[in-house]
Design a protein around this ligand. Sequence first.
Ligand SMILES: Cc1cc2nc3c(=O)[nH]c(=O)nc-3n(C[C@H](O)[C@H](O)[C@H](O)COP(=O)(O)O)c2cc1C
Ligand SMILES: CCCCC(=O)C(=O)O
Length: 363
Amino acid sequence: MGALDLAGIESAARARVPRDIWDFIEGGSGAERTLAANRKIFERFALRPRVLVDVSTCELGQTLLGTRLDTPIGIAPMAYHRLVDEEGETATAQGAGRAGALFVTSMFASRTLEDIAKAGGPRWLHLYWLRDRAALAALVERAEAAGFGALVLTVDAPRIGRRLRDQRNGFAVPPHIHAVNLDADLMATSHRSEKGSSGIAEHAREQFDTTLTWADLGWLRARTRLPLVLKGILTAEDARLAVEHGVDAVVVSNHGGRQLDGAIPSLAALPEVVEAVPAELPVLFDGGVRSGTEAAIALALGARAVLVGRPVLWGLAVGGADGVHQVLDLIRDELDHTMALLGRPRLADLDRGAVTDWPCPTD
Ligand SMILES: Cc1cc2nc3c(=O)[nH]c(=O)nc-3n(C[C@H](O)[C@H](O)[C@H](O)COP(=O)(O)O)c2cc1C
Ligand SMILES: CCCCC(=O)C(=O)O
């Protein structure tokens, strides 16, 4: 029998993945307040079921920025999938392809964009803004040629958060795993490990452009015909600026609690962002989603799609492409079930009326 929920897949993954890699994946920044809050906040919302609606079929497919998807549950960008599986991102892409789910590939993927494209499935490419703009421009060109349908620029990481687990472990990417889409000279220091510091954070300090502002977005826009998505928006103010700067979509995210510790839980930021942007601008969401019920809450609060991070790596660690497929299908099936019992069989039916604030009496 397959796993009935993600908890079983998580514990199987934990038993397999080496401790320092597990800490890198699971960890957050600082006191991990935001990491914990991202999960806890789902308890503060409850669903409002309607009855006597024809729910004989639920429709979970949609076209998002020109990309056809069979499910509103996609994969958040995560660096270095080979940390947990020999094949890495090509297996992830296969699993996503079977589920008809969006795979947002990290710029720090450990397989080439071209191999990932060959594995199939709907895909977008995530970018950090490197100091080396020529490298960025080259990646954009390759992404277009390899059929990536949008660019997702992550804007919440001018520096990497203070991830104490990684600092304690002196974590660095193992020497046999590489960010193969970037030139070796850009990645030269990425394997340097030292107790008390994170190799990932040190490398980012060298390579990320910390001077980046809204005014620079035009440079990227001018280089591509692909839709541009900003990931890491948590306030209405920034959502409005994103719209003013012609962005095609935003992802409400606090980077899974890995960047600013103490930042607002992702779900708490979602309503203000949704309210601040025109109704037709897609708002995506990530942070702490571990079930179809939680995906339904985020969709009801205005997300057009929900990205899932860590659970996909659990699935990859446990079962490669099959494990990824299993995780995505599990959440999709739970969502389908939730929509039926909610009396809201189409994604468009999942609106604010489907959810209510319900301050938990034990809080
Ligand atoms: C191991 C790992 C690597 C990540 N790498 C990236 C990355 O390269 N770029 C990025 O924008 N976000 C990255 N993230 C953040 C995710 O895209 C996402 O925001 C977060 O994991 C969502 O929360 P969840 O894991 O609770 O679902 C990473 C997260 C993890 C766990
Ligand atoms: C330089 C790789 C950073 C990956 C990342 O964004 C994360 O670990 O959250």
